[in-house]
Design a protein around this ligand. Structure first.
Ligand code: S3P
Length: 444
């Protein structure tokens, strides 16, 4: 674990250049460990994200006696135990900051033959879990939670789950995936309808491991009682959510150009590119290919003048993790940018609407928090961000977003509480510096 006290000092720098590969996709890394552990046979995972969130999932499966070698330079070997081979852990499973781990594992654990408690850090312990507890209970799961449906989750084993149909109130890949994983063990069919398109990595990986998944428009269904066979190999592409910081960085810094290699460009994740292109960004795909059922490309981004937009509602779930850095892009765009329909941002690792509005205001940007989004008045003035202090509230993506803002700042931006960047983007500072960003960290 890294020190829990880190401050970034991001200083002005005008141009960035280079080629870089950002770390592995967080969503796919979690799922790769989970499904490889439940498969029959051995799976080699490459490109695995060695960040704290995915490592928490890896440790949880070790705690249930799954033998896992690595990670070493992104390579992990998982000796799968089959759907019924997990063993009771000796203690509660600690999932750190990882909401994805807790919500997906709630579905899996609800179907085991032993009791499990899932816990997490301060931020995870404030996040809503009723969204998974409620439908799992309808399937026959028995789960106690902390106050107001917050973690810890105390999950009682030995329950017979039955398939249900669930109409999800919000487009959430975590809820959808949780129910599909429980559905692997349930009697009959479990189906989920999503109101908007949410990332589909679970469906793709289940199919890759030989488990049939029926997809009909917005409805996904699975029938319990099958087996997962090993895929042999799962290649995890670079995380588009981490690449997003550099897409915005090069877009807002005049004269800049970056090539981001081997990035996952699954169409359920590329909302950030659609939104940046609507704003006028110059982003092109090269070397497009498919690896392990996931589309991948090298992404070239060059500086371009940006203009403010009204963000189309259908793009919100497709860019849900990228709004902190998109707000920085909006601050550098001509005119107003309006985001609505994104109330989910209030229950992420922090309240990303309030925390970003406060940080932007502290740097002299006119940003107004709305109940479900943000209104930002952008400016094309050269160094439009004033220097100042912003609080990331322990939210990795807020910290990295404000580091990117320094490309257009008048002086230093001090970003507080940055240790959690290690949850999704180990060595962010080193990689950012390698292309020319002027950011350093201190232990305070
Ligand atoms: C994720 C789904 C999204 C996203 C999160 C990762 C996943 O959450 O914000 O970072 O891996 O399934 P929701 O499902 O709550 O939208």
């Amino acid at each position: 674990m890294s020190s829990r006290h880190k401050t970034y000092i991001a200083s002005p720098q005008s141009v960035i250049h280079g080629t870089l590969r950002v770390p592995g996709d967080k969503s796919i890394s979690h799922r790769a460990i989970m499904l490889a552990a439940l498969a029959e046979g051995t799976t080699e995972i490459t490109g695995f994200l060695e960040g704290e969130d995915a490592l928490a999932t890896l440790q949880a499966f070790r705690d249930m006696e799954v033998s896992i070698e690595g990670p070493l330079a992104g390579r992990v070997i998982v000796h799968g135990v089959g759907l019924h081979g997990l063993k009771p852990p000796a203690k509660p499973l600690y999932l750190g900051n990882a909401g994805t781990a807790m919500r997906l594992m709630a579905g899996l654990m609800a179907a085991q033959t032993f009791d499990v408690t899932l816990t997490g850090d301060k931020s995870l312990s404030r996040r809503p879990m009723n969204r998974v507890v409620k439908p799992l209970t309808a399937m026959g799961a028995v789960i106690d939670s902390g106050e107001d449906g917050h973690p810890p989750l105390m999950i009682r084993g030995r329950q017979k789950l039955k398939g249900i149909h669930y109409d999800m109130p919000v487009a959430s890949a975590q809820v959808k995936s949780c129910l599909l994983l429980a559905g692997l063990y349930a009697d009959g069919e479990t189906s989920v309808t999503e109101p908007g398109v949410a990332r589909d990595h679970t469906e793709r990986m289940l199919r890759g491991l030989g488990y049939p998944v029926a997809i009909d428009g917005r409805q996904v269904a699975i029938t319990g009682g099958g087996r997962l066979t090993s895929a042999g190999q799962i290649d995890v592409p670079a995380d588009i959510s981490s690449a997003a910081f550099f897409l915005v960085a090069a877009s807002i810094a005049p004269g800049s150009e970056l090539l981001l290699t081997h990035v996952g460009v699954n169409p359920t994740r590329t909302g950030v590119i659609d939104i940046l292109r609507l704003m006028g960004a110059d982003i092109t795909f090269e070397n497009e290919q498919e690896t392990g059922g996931e589309p991948v490309a090298d992404i070239r981004v060059r500086h371009a003048p940006l203009k403010g937009v009204t963000i189309p509602k259908h793009l919100v779930p497709l860019a849900i993790d990228e709004f902190p850095v998109l707000f920085v892009a909006a601050a550098c765009a001509e005119g107003e940018t309006l985001l609505q329909g994104a109330e989910e941002l209030r229950v992420k690792e922090s309240d990303r609407i309030q925390v970003m509005a406060d940080g932007l205001n502290a740097l002299g940007v006119k940003a107004v928090a709305l109940p479900d989004g943000m209104r930002i008045s952008g400016s094309t003035a050269g160094q439009l961000f004033q220097s100042g202090v912003v609080h990331s509230h322990g939210d990795h993506r807020i910290a990295m977003a404000f580091a990117v803002a320094s490309l257009r700042s008048q002086g230093d931006i001090r970003i507080l509480d940055c240790a959690n960047v290690a949850t999704s983007f180990p060595n962010f500072v080193g990689l950012a510096r390698s292309v020319g960003l002027n950011v350093r960290e201190t232990e305070s």
